[in-house]
Ligand binder design. Structure first.
Ligand code: HEC
Ligand code: HEC
Length: 375
């Protein structure tokens, strides 16, 4: 009798240890091989608004993979002295940009360019201001090893990850492997690809529901999406032609001939050669990746070097200060007889009102992208 009670007790213990709570990804499944939960990309991407992006075929989204990538993104142990994480320079409240001109990396060092916002990257084909990377999987190794960002070495990082219980567990769940930097980059790729912003007023109206906008926003939309054309009696342009480079639902370069990079007439000579330093072609000097304008109100300072602190300054640049002497300036900007647009004060306000419709306040609070270590 006594033995039977003990046996029953032990069985209960064994069963409760094996029981798995499907909502808790951390639950151990009792020694059987863990099968990660695959996620259908159509549940991640707003297909009707943006279409389905081209995704890497060898790295399907899984709940565990995305979560692992998210932990790594926010974990300072990826930097040599464990003080800097990806999230230090890419802040969710700023649409994953950094609200300073140059970001603070390790040992008080600064980055050489303004931090990029990280949204809808699945729809981008090239990464960094100079478009030097073509996959996010490769991209992540750059900041990790850059001396002024995280200054980490990959052997040391592998060792650190292998020592952390949470990583031993999650690498096993996501990839059936011990912590290693190859799968690390795949997990981060999954997380970065999964960051989607699509809830702004702009994304609700674009392109068909014009009536959602108020009068000023509507006038701004006409300027943004109109070709440059100077009206004879007023001398004012009826369009400012932003859409050729920041067009479509993603408010990003949609002219495939330009490859998503352009010189938007900032400088006559280039202290930062941008894409030209990658290709060594003088015709590419001063060309930079055309950023999305979604969440633009949150991602300042603006341009690759963060030279403008406000959207008003950006609009003044396009309206009044275009450098037509810039040797590689986009033909898109010289199409209008190299004449400054000279928007009126009211037109500038309208254009700004339109840019402000691109802010997605749901996105910046979405818990799926927040720091998992801060509960
Ligand atoms: C010290 C600040 C800093 C840290 C840390 C940092 N970044 Fe960045 N990030 C930047 C800056 C600055 C740029 C723009 C650099 C350039 O274009 O040359 C950038 C650009 C990027 C881009 C390109 C986006 C685009 O649209 O082209 C991605 C993706 C990115 N970072 C992801 C990460 C990830 C992942 C990590 C962590 C492994 C990370 N960053 C860590 C500052 C940082
Ligand atoms: C020929 C293509 C082109 C056109 C046309 C164009 N832009 Fe840009 N835009 C760019 C490029 C390229 C950059 C990044 C330049 C850099 O950093 O050196 C940029 C940057 C910006 C930025 C800063 C983004 C950031 O994240 O820092 C804003 C805002 C902007 N443009 C708004 C506009 C507006 C408004 C118009 C119309 C008046 C316009 N652009 C027309 C190519 C263009």
């Amino acid at each position: 009798m006594k033995n039977r009670i003990w046996l029953g007790f032990i069985l209960v213990l064994v069963f409760s240890a094996c029981r798995k709570d499907p909502k808790d990804p951390l639950t151990n499944q009792g020694g059987t091989k863990y099968v990660p939960t695959v996620i259908d990309p159509t549940t991640i991407f707003p297909v009707s608004k943006f279409g389905l992006p081209n995704l890497p075929s060898d790295n399907p989204f899984t709940e565990e993979g995305i979560y692992l990538g998210r932990m790594l993104f926010y974990d300072p142990i990826l930097s040599f002295d464990s003080t800097v994480s990806c999230g230090s320079c890419h802040r969710q409240e700023n649409a994953f940009a950094d609200p300073v001109k140059y970001s603070n990396g390790i040992y008080g060092l600064k980055t050489g360019r303004n931090s990029s916002s990280l949204i809808n990257l699945a729809y981008s084909k090239k990464f960094f201001w100079d478009a030097r990377q073509t996959t996010l999987r490769d991209q992540v190794f750059e900041p990790i090893q850059a001396h002024n960002e995280m200054a980490m070495t990959l052997p040391l990082l592998s060792k650190r990850l292998a020592k952390a219980k949470r990583y031993v567990e999650y690498f096993d769940k996501a990839f059936g492997a011990e912590p290693n930097v190859f799968d690390m980059s795949k997990a981060m790729e999954q997380f970065l690809l999964s960051i989607v912003s699509q809830n702004s007023l702009f994304n609700d109206f674009f392109p068909g529901r014009f009536s959602l906008l108020n009068d000023g926003q509507q006038r701004g939309a006409l300027l943004f999406n109109g070709l440059v054309n100077f009206d004879v009696p007023t001398g004012l342009t009826t369009g400012a032609d932003c859409f050729h480079c920041h067009g479509g639902a993603l408010a990003q370069q949609n002219n495939p001939d330009m490859g998503g990079i352009a010189n938007n007439g900032l400088d006559g000579s280039f202290s930062d050669k941008g894409y030209g330093a990658i290709t060594n072609n003088p015709m590419d000097r001063g060309l930079f990746k055309t950023p999305t304008l979604l969440n633009i109100a949150l991602t300042g300072p603006y341009m690759h070097d963060g030279r403008f602190t406000t959207l008003d300054q950006v609009i003044d640049h396009y309206s009044d200060n275009m450098n037509f002497q810039s040797p590689t300036i986009s033909p898109m900007l010289t199409a209008h007889s190299s004449r400054q647009l000279l928007l009126s004060t009211k037109q500038k306000a309208d254009l700004k009102a339109y840019l402000l419709t691109m802010t997605d306040t749901v996105f910046i609070k979405n818990p799926a992208y927040s720091n998992p270590f801060k509960k």
